[in-house]
Design a protein around this ligand. Structure first.
Ligand code: GDG
Length: 481
């Protein structure tokens, strides 16, 4: 089912690299599994409304045209519009440019960037392909478009070119680096110009927003008034919208009998030892190696803690065809093997390490079971794991040890904050967390819970759209003058 102009007169179009669905081929049949991710939840109430759509790659390369048509039709029933990408396009746009240039540079890892003109050209052509798919949806000047993340930085301007007055918002889920770091990218001017097609450009933190604004003045020489840029007669705003989580979902799961029983089972299995939990995608930005070093240092410096603690580390497979990710995985295997071999005894293995992905119910049970949640990101746009942990702690004690370099540190001020590059700081924070009196745990957690509950993902969506509409109104009034 396609939407025609006649069917309705005002729509919201969400665009992201991935659609909020996973397609699996099992027993010669295709299965469509909705994503449970935070973005899908937050935007669910929007794109599922009749007439609204979500445009993105379905995470699936069809075998033939017939299969492509089938997928297209099935997705249309869910208000999802696919952008099909070939293996070559995925290689150049996603793995090559997005993950080997933008991801490392935006996470301050200059030496990890691999500049390749072919990949840049593919990134451009894939952004163009997204724009064409959006155009085919007959967008109207009254429609609203919300583009997500760094894979689609050129898209705001591409859509703007054929839609002068349409409302376009862009949200970047990862950090924006200082302008001199951003300058390293040979194609930086085009990337900024691409974003400036939007009316509202948003980030998780104040610093990211400032870095972006600095890049606009220092690299493109654009004048700025407060947080407002004037581009081709349009006012473009750069603002801070820290993303929240589906609080009710995580607090509800944590309260349920099934999850509580599962949490008790987990604790029993690990003999009620102090349970330190880490959950991350496999990524060098998450500081996994640094954390392992700190944990080893804890066992070395405080031998009395051996057998008293367990580090439960869940690493979710991600991008492991990119060489740096493969190397990271090997290094984690080596370090975990080393620590378990050197410090472990028959009755106790210091690290329970899983390279896997679990259902959200299991994640929730781990959050409930954990005495400590340890987040050591070297850079992180926000970090939702720590917020999910907080939301799961209304009825059980726990301490959050949080990197000061994760966006969430700007909100969760009651966490024990550490510099993730300091093995000593992480080690001492772990010790403090393990020994923290229950009363202090509860007091600190209560404050964090209040913040995570209030600034939840629905609130985030609501205030973003309110602001986008307000900006549009302002622009229209300016133009009418
Ligand atoms: C990017 C930015 C920013 C993890 N393992 C499993 C699983 N997860 C879920 C978690 C959480 C999400 O994945 C991870 O979110 P993060 O925010 O921690 O990290 P990124 O994936 O790097 O996300 C980040 C975010 O975008 C949002 O703007 O915060 O800074 O890098 O929700 O629960 N979910 C399931 N099984 C798992 O094994 N079901």
């Amino acid at each position: 089912m396609y939407f025609s102009k006649r069917m309705r007169n005002n729509r919201t179009i969400i665009i992201s690299n991935r659609l909020p669905v996973r397609i699996e081929r099992r027993d010669h049949e295709l299965h469509f599994i909705p994503s449970e991710g935070g973005l899908a939840t937050g935007l669910g109430s929007i794109y599922q409304q009749e007439g609204n759509i979500w445009v993105g790659w379905p995470g699936f390369v069809p075998e033939n045209e017939e299969e492509e048509t089938l997928v297209r039709e099935k997705l249309a029933d869910l208000n999802l519009i696919p952008v099909f990408l070939t293996e070559e396009e995925l290689q150049g746009y996603y793995e090559g440019f997005s993950n080997e240039v933008l991801w490392p540079i935006f996470h301050y890892r200059l030496s990890y960037a691999v500049y390749n003109t072919e990949n840049w050209l593919t990134y451009k052509s894939v952004n163009q392909k997204f724009a064409s798919v959006v155009q085919q949806q007959h967008i109207d000047e009254k429609d609203e478009v919300w583009i997500h993340d760094y894979q689609l930085m050129l898209l705001p301007e591409l859509i703007r070119q054929s839609n002068d007055t349409i409302a376009i918002g862009y949200f970047q889920h990862i950090p924006f680096p200082p302008d001199e770091v951003f300058r390293s990218i040979p194609w930086r001017d085009e990337l900024i110009k691409g974003l400036l097609g939007a009316d509202l450009i948003a980030f998780h933190t104040y610093n990211d927003t400032q870095h972006f604004l600095n890049a606009c003045t220092h690299i493109l020489g654009l004048p700025i008034h407060n947080n407002c840029l004037h581009v081709g007669g349009r006012s473009v705003f750069a603002e801070v919208y820290p993303m929240g989580i589906d609080f009710e979902k995580f607090s509800g799961l944590a309260r349920s009998t099934a999850i509580r029983e599962r949490a008790t089972q987990i604790r029993d299995f690990y003999k009620n030892r102090k349970f330190i939990l880490c959950i991350d995608r496999l990524d060098y930005s998450k500081g996994i190696i640094e954390r392992l070093e700190a944990y080893e240092s804890l066992l070395k410096e405080y031998p009395e803690l051996r057998e008293q603690v367990i580090l439960y580390m869940l690493v979710v497979p991600s991008r492991d065809t990119v060489p740096q990710y493969k190397a990271l995985r090997d290094e984690i295997d080596r370090q975990v093997g080393h620590i378990n071999a050197v410090y472990g005894i028959n009755e106790w293995i210091p690290i329970a390490y899983f390279y896997n992905s679990y259902p959200v119910e299991e994640l929730s049970a781990l959050y409930v079971a954990a005495d400590v949640c340890l987040v050591t990101s070297i850079r992180d746009g926000m970090n939702l794991v720590c917020k999910e942990y907080v939301a799961s702690k209304e009825e059980s004690d726990g301490v959050l040890v949080l990197s000061e370099l994760a966006g969430a540190s700007k909100e969760l001020l009651e966490a024990i904050q550490v510099n993730p590059n300091s093995v000593d700081q992480i080690r001492e924070a772990l010790k403090q967390a393990i020994e923290m009196p229950a009363e202090e745990q509860q007091r600190r957690m209560r404050d964090s819970i209040d913040i995570v509950r209030k600034f939840n993902v629905r609130h985030w969506v609501k205030i973003f759209f309110n602001r986008l509409r307000e900006i549009k109104l302002l622009q229209r009034q300016e133009m009418a003058r």
